[in-house]
Design a protein around this ligand. Structure first.
Ligand SMILES: *[C@@H]1O[C@H](CO)[C@@H](O)[C@H](O)[C@H]1NC(C)=O
Ligand SMILES: *[C@@H]1O[C@H](CO)[C@@H](O)[C@H](O)[C@H]1NC(C)=O
Ligand SMILES: *[C@@H]1O[C@H](CO)[C@@H](O)[C@H](O)[C@H]1NC(C)=O
Ligand SMILES: *[C@@H]1O[C@H](CO)[C@@H](O)[C@H](O)[C@H]1NC(C)=O
Ligand SMILES: *[C@@H]1O[C@H](CO)[C@@H](O)[C@H](O)[C@H]1NC(C)=O
Ligand SMILES: *[C@@H]1O[C@H](CO)[C@@H](O)[C@H](O)[C@H]1NC(C)=O
Ligand SMILES: *[C@@H]1O[C@H](CO)[C@@H](O)[C@H](O)[C@H]1NC(C)=O
Ligand SMILES: *[C@@H]1O[C@H](CO)[C@@H](O)[C@H](O)[C@H]1NC(C)=O
Ligand SMILES: *[C@@H]1O[C@H](CO)[C@@H](O)[C@H](O)[C@H]1NC(C)=O
Ligand SMILES: *[C@@H]1O[C@H](CO)[C@@H](O)[C@H](O)[C@H]1NC(C)=O
Length: 547
């Protein structure tokens, strides 16, 4: 076997990163905005999203609603940033989202105490769940001495930032000189100029400065240890030089997934070399375009994934896939056709990367752009029998059953698209076959998959409807759906009919099912030796796969 370039980079990288890669790969993540998820006392205050103020969700609130999350089959949560933010109101509202750091060394007391965050972490671990924390390194948001800047007018005077308000970087010398980012094609501009706007300029930290680098590397190691953090979601990764990240990730010593806000596979691929994983923005765009209406083209999604499978270190296995997040319009704000919503949601759970669901999607929330996509979840009543909640539970159950059947096969076989047309996608990831369509609720979609790896006569069950079919000659699968709905097929030897039916009714998650996969007290972290073994196994596996 020839040592190909991507395999070579894998060999270099796998021994450095990926301390918890094996642990994360089989999980599903529920992303929440702490301020909007649950209150400490279970109250349901009115929350005006357009006002952009704190609505008083807390870490205690998250603890009280962990069962709601776990009953859907999630075994990890990603919470919004935890450190102290810009106080009070600004022209852009308050810092309820957590992305406006002022003090890296204190917690945001709106969300609770040090003890509350530690209790969240230990309670998660008792539930066999992981904690992922969102961190921002690229910039900080200080109060302005006077508000003179204007991001639409680069010639306007620079903002007068009160650098003394920052901890620890209370001196202008820790920041890049002011300039707004104006040219996305100029990487120096992207890395060294400022994000934000006139109301809240985001002072760009000088991540070339060795003192700054030393601070962040020691800070992240402390943060992870202090709060028992299992993984990081890193904000604005493309706005910091790439070679800052390996030492940062290594200091954190947990799985880290970076936000590289760009739809271009080639651009994002470079960041797959410096972090454990990237949020899958390149597939997010063709996913939303493809399922937004029946004129969408699903071949674009297949093409993007095919490109990424070759371009990224570890292919698309090192991505986090999502349909919604705090920065983009919720999908039901783009279409009200429930069949399209159900199809698009399904993709996230049947692909190679780690599935991420943004809180509220399961309740049918439809807020468009920020701030409307950050609704308070308590206003939904956390109902567990709504169609989309049941849908998410079924998707997680299907994924967990596929992993439980043979984790190396399911987690290690890249998705294939035996059918890819503008209106249909057959997504094959052994032992799972998902049949997706954008034909819409008025259609009765009919799929004919000419060849799969199933054997003739195998019985397959659709996890969503509990209907079954038999595999034909050469592994052919024929399926007719109704009302534009997708199918998620598994062999009945992997997912049986009684389990399928129980899943539709059971909201407590206590059927002894594979979707609550981890038990309390499970070894959550690999030892150093274990890490090396896992890394070598990964190398071995991919070497075989790529040969
Ligand atoms: C919500 O906030 C917006 C913006 O501050 C305001 O215009 C609107 O009146 C508020 N709505 C309610 C119901 O208070
Ligand atoms: C959040 O708490 C603050 C301080 O107690 C209070 O002023 C505010 O009205 C609360 N917000 C909501 C949405 O209840
Ligand atoms: C910012 O600059 C733009 C373009 O020059 C101008 O239209 C706008 O009024 C300015 N905004 C403020 C708040 O000065
Ligand atoms: C800020 O840093 C500069 C350069 O290191 C130094 O000359 C200056 O005294 C510092 N200012 C304060 C207020 O510490
Ligand atoms: C790129 O951006 C930097 C920072 O704004 C600027 O100094 C430089 O001139 C730009 N280069 C080009 C080719 O525009
Ligand atoms: C990726 O990195 C390589 C090596 O630094 C660079 O030559 C290339 O332009 C980058 N590609 C993109 C799309 O940024
Ligand atoms: C379908 O969605 C696309 C965006 O992907 C949009 O440009 C187009 O106008 C929509 N077509 C219809 C018929 O709504
Ligand atoms: C599959 O599970 C076994 C036993 O838990 C573990 O040792 C192995 O690393 C897993 N493989 C993958 C690809 O996750
Ligand atoms: C069948 O299995 C082979 C080997 O694992 C794989 O390359 C191929 O993509 C699979 N085909 C389908 C349709 O899943
Ligand atoms: C069906 O699957 C469930 C859950 O995996 C299992 O407990 C049960 O024994 C299975 N029933 C049959 C008849 O195989």
């Amino acid at each position: 076997m020839r040592l190909t370039a991507p395999l070579y980079s894998l060999l270099c990288a796998a021994t450095v990163f990926g301390a918890s890669y094996e642990d994360w790969q089989r999980r599903s993540i529920y992303q929440l905005v702490t301020d909007r998820f649950a209150t400490s006392d279970g109250s349901s205050p009115a929350c005006n999203t357009s006002a952009r103020q704190y609505c008083n969700g807390t870490w205690q609130g998250v603890i009280s609603k962990l069962d709601y999350i776990q009953n859907m089959g999630f075994d990890a949560i990603w919470i919004s940033p935890i450190v102290a933010n810009l106080a009070g109101d600004t022209g852009d509202g308050a810092a309820y989202h957590g992305y406006w750091t002022v003090d890296q060394t204190s917690l945001n007391d709106h969300f609770g105490t040090d003890g509350d965050l530690k209790l969240l972490s230990t309670t998660l671990h008792e539930h066999g769940m992981f904690l992922m924390v969102d961190v921002v390194v690229n910039h900080m948001a200080a109060p302005l001495l006077t508000g003179t800047a204007n991001s639409s007018d680069p010639s306007a005077p620079a903002p007068a930032v009160n650098y003394a308000a920052f901890t620890p970087f209370n001196n202008e010398s820790s920041f890049h000189p002011f300039c707004w980012i104006t040219d996305d094609a100029n990487q120096t501009d992207v890395e060294q100029c400022w994000l934000g706007d006139a109301a809240v300029p985001l002072a760009d930290v000088d991540t070339e400065n060795p003192d700054v680098v030393a601070f962040f590397n020691s800070w992240i190691a402390d943060l992870v240890t202090t709060y028992g953090i299992d993984g990081l979601r890193i904000d604005t990764v493309k706005n910091v030089r790439k070679d800052f990240w390996p030492a940062f990730a290594q200091s954190a010593d947990v799985w880290s997934i970076g936000e590289v806000y760009d739809g271009d596979v080639a651009y994002v691929a470079n960041y797959s070399e410096v972090l454990d994983a990237v949020l899958d923005y390149p597939s997010f765009y063709p996913l939303t375009r493809g399922f937004q209406n029946s004129s969408g083209d699903l071949t674009q999604l297949a093409a993007s994934v095919g490109d990424a499978q070759h371009a990224y270190r570890l292919g698309t296995f090192m991505t986090g896939s999502f349909l919604e997040n705090q920065d983009n319009p919720r999908f039901p704000s783009l279409t009200t056709d429930q069949s399209l919503i159900v199809n698009a949601m399904t993709w996230v759970f049947v692909q190679d990367g780690v599935p991420i669901l943004y809180y509220g999607q399961e309740q049918g929330y439809a807020g468009a752009d920020d701030p409307y996509n950050r609704e308070a979840l308590w206003l939904s009543g956390y109902e567990e029998d709504k169609p989309l909640v049941v849908h998410v539970r079924a998707l997680n159950a299907a994924r967990k059953a596929a992993i439980a059947w043979d984790n190396a096969t399911f987690l290690g076989t890249p998705v294939a698209f035996p059918v890819a047309s503008a209106s249909q996608l057959a997504v094959s990831k052994q032992p799972l076959l998902a049949l997706l369509t954008n034909a819409g609720a008025s259609s009765s979609p009919s799929w004919s998959v000419p060849s799969t790896n199933y054997s003739k006569g195998d019985e397959l069950i659709d996890v969503l409807s509990c209907s079954t079919t038999k595999v034909g000659d050469s592994g052919a699968v024929a399926w007719t759906g109704s009302s534009g709905m997708p199918a998620v097929l598994l062999p009945t030897s992997v997912f049986n009919a009684s389990y399928c039916n129980a899943l539709k009714n059971d909201i407590s998650g206590d059927t002894g099912s594979p979707w609550v996969a981890q038990s309390a007290g499970e070894e959550l972290r690999l030892s150093t030796a274990g890490t090396l073994v896992a890394a070598s196994l990964t190398i071995l596996f991919f070497a075989v796969w790529m040969a």
